[in-house]
Ligand binder design. Structure first.
Ligand SMILES: NC(=O)CC(=O)C(=O)O
Length: 266
């Protein structure tokens, strides 16, 4: 499929998990109604972004959120890249994990955030996911709808090697559910997303929660669609919204033919 309609759901995330699921359902229906074949949700969209509560919101691979995403994918016949949620494994370890379901509702891929978000900016953002989360170990790609997708989560975007791994595995489009913040957002968000799209010469989708300033972690928002030239095609700003975008295989081929760096990257 040379042209692919995708959607980004920049959701407002609240403490009530059921409310988050209800808003996601509305957004997914809207995206399906507008013709999206693949939809991306934000990082940690079922829970406040707070290490103190990740264990309370954590679920397994057949839990409530996975069941919801699978049912929605089957009903709407869309691929759902389910942002990320706190995932608890059988040993009780917790990961920041993206669940992907195909258009029949079957699990297609899982990505556990490889690079945990540990920063301490003087006078700014402090966060230590490693206090409660276990890092993943793999770079993740999956194939669907005639495209190959690479999947990372937020802090992973700071690691070019991981993006290039995904390109070596054939990625046409990199997807990053994410949630930058008012310290790092203005400095690095767009710069990193454009840089990874440029390195990879691929499309890039970054989906963040809408900005809310009523306490707790503040998401920078600004979900993005970046093309293989590194140009921003969509910037969703800060409010809640569903945005449809079109991706074209041809632009990947054009950039890779006109600026042939693949041999250097491999
Ligand atoms: N939330 C993250 O994982 C990363 C982030 O906010 C940053 O790198 O800044």
């Amino acid at each position: 499929m040379d042209k692919l309609q995708v959607a980004l759901l920049q959701l407002p995330v609240v403490a009530d998990k059921d409310e988050n699921l209800t808003k996601a359902a509305l957004g997914l229906r809207e995206a399906a109604g507008k013709g999206a074949r693949l939809v991306v949700l934000p990082e940690m969209w079922t829970t406040p972004y707070d290490t103190a509560v990740f264990a309370d919101y954590a679920e397994g691979r057949t839990g409530k959120t996975a069941t919801f995403l699978s049912n929605m994918a089957r009903e709407l016949e869309m691929v759902i890249v389910g942002g990320s949620i706190p995932e608890k494994d059988k040993a009780g370890r917790i990961y920041n994990t993206a669940f992907v379901f195909d258009a029949q509702g079957e699990p297609l891929a899982y990505h556990r955030k490889k690079h945990l978000f540990d920063i301490d900016i003087a006078g700014g953002q402090y966060f230590r996911e490693s206090d409660v989360l276990t890092p993943g170990e793999e770079s993740t790609t999956f194939e669907t709808l005639g495209w190959t997708f690479g999947l990372g989560i937020c802090f992973d975007v700071r690691f070019p090697d991981q993006a290039l791994d995904m390109v070596r595995q054939g990625a046409d489009c990199l997807i990053y559910p994410a949630a930058f913040n008012p310290s790092t957002g203005p400095l690095h968000w767009e710069l990193l997303m454009r840089a990874r799209a440029m390195d990879a010469q691929s499309w890039l989708l970054a989906c963040a929660p809408a900005r809310q300033t009523d306490g707790g972690y503040v998401s920078w928002a600004h979900s993005l669609v970046v093309n293989p030239w590194g140009t921003v095609e969509h910037d969703l700003g800060t409010g809640a919204q569903v945005r449809i975008a079109s991706l074209y295989k041809e632009s990947i081929e054009t950039v890779r033919a006109q600026i042939p760096i693949r041999g250097i990257q491999a």
